[in-house]
Each structure stands twice: as structure tokens, then as C-alpha cells.
Design a binder for this molecule. Structure first.
Ligand code: IMP
Ligand code: MG
Length: 173
């Protein structure tokens, strides 16, 4: 598998710091729960939480598709739900990459039904090419037109999550 770096680790670190500042400013003195979408967002989440100057609650979700349905069909469920209450609190979903938008559309809808003050999305990468749902990324790290990327938590078939930078994967035939 051939891969070339597209976001070097120093570039990511700088951008995550900036996002941390923006988010801290936005939610200063407000009750906030930051929700990490497993597995892909775990590295971004850990760095982003340490870039904040505020002290939010944190929790984790893992999404899955119903057996037999493709993720693009939007038939999703929690394979792990959050454990804290979000009622009357602001919610920030922290995601690795928004692609078709189905995951974020599902999660936003389900969380909004639980009575939070607001629900926003922070995504390290906002990938536009295959978007099928209207999803607004409130805090976006990087915009990407197209391609399949790995590293910094993102995987291809559970490989490459530990790479420090983000790479464009070229699947050769
Ligand atoms: P969705 O299509 O917006 O629902 O994206 C769902 C998930 O697909 C993301 O959270 C990622 O875990 C995964 N994904 C989408 N694009 C990529 C990519 O380029 N590399 C690695 N994972 C991806
Ligand atoms: Mg993900």
C-alpha cells in the first residue's frame, strides 16, 4: 500500500491548538459535554481535550450499522451509548472525519431528542466529495476534497491508526 503524507504532525498539532482555543472561547462558563466518536476520533479527542482551557465533561459513543445494511443507507444504532446526562448542557460531538454525513446526521438527531441546550460538531477533517446529508461542521480542522486518509486515529481495515501524521492512501491494483 502506497501512502503520502498530506497533513504533517506539526501542522495537525498547530490546528488542534487553534480549534481548542476557538472551542474554549465559544463555551466559556457554559456546561459542556464533549463526546468522542469511537474509534477513529480517539487521537484527535485526546489532543483536543488537552488544548482546551475549559474543563468539560467527556464521554464516548460508538456507532454501528444495522446488520446487513450499508452505512450509506443511514440505518444506524449505538454499539456504545454515552453514560452522562446531556440535558440542559451543550454538546460537542468530536469526530475524525465527516464523509457522507450519515453518522453525524444520526447522532445529532438522537442527541437532540435528549434535551441538550445545543449540539455542535468538531471534525478533524471535513471531506466534501461524497456528502449526502446536510451536516454543518461547526469546528473543522481541515477541508479535503476527496481521497481516503489514514493515521492520527484513522484506519484502513484497522491499520495505521497509530501514525502521527495523516496520509492519503493509494490502493494499488
Ligand atoms: P460518514 O460517511 O460521514 O457517516 O462517515 C463515517 C465514518 O467513515 C467516519 O467516521 C470514518 O470513521 C469513516 N471514514 C470516512 N472517510 C474516511 C477516510 O478517508 N479514512 C478513514 N475513515 C473514513
Ligand atoms: Mg469515525
Amino acid at each position: 500500500m502506497n501512502k503520502e503524507v498530506i497533513f504533517h504532525k506539526d501542522v495537525i498539532a498547530k490546528r488542534v491548538k487553534e480549534l481548542g482555543q476557538d472551542i474554549s472561547k465559544q463555551y466559556e462558563n457554559e456546561p459542556l459535554v464533549c463526546i468522542c466518536v469511537l474509534k477513529g476520533a480517539f487521537v484527535f479527542f485526546a489532543d483536543l481535550m488537552r488544548a482546551l482551557t475549559i474543563d468539560p465533561e467527556i464521554d464516548f459513543v460508538r456507532l454501528a450499522s444495522y446488520a446487513g445494511s450499508a452505512p450509506q443507507e443511514g440505518k444506524m444504532l449505538f454499539s456504545k451509548d454515552i453514560e452522562v446526562s446531556i440535558k440542559d448542557k451543550h454538546v460537542l460531538i468530536v469526530e475524525d472525519i465527516v464523509d457522507t454525513g450519515h453518522s453525524m446526521e444520526f447522532l445529532t438527531k438522537v442527541l437532540k431528542a435528549r434535551g441538550p441546550r445545543s449540539v455542535a460538531i468538531a471534525a478533524l477533517v471535513d471531506k466534501g466529495e461524497r456528502r449526502e446529508c446536510k451536516v454543518n461542521v461547526d469546528f473543522s480542522g481541515f477541508a479535503l476534497d476527496k481521497g481516503f486518509i489514514v493515521g492520527y486515529g484513522l484506519d484502513y481495515d484497522e491499520q495505521y491508526r497509530g501514525l502521527e501524521g495523516i496520509y492519503n492512501l493509494k490502493i494499488q491494483d
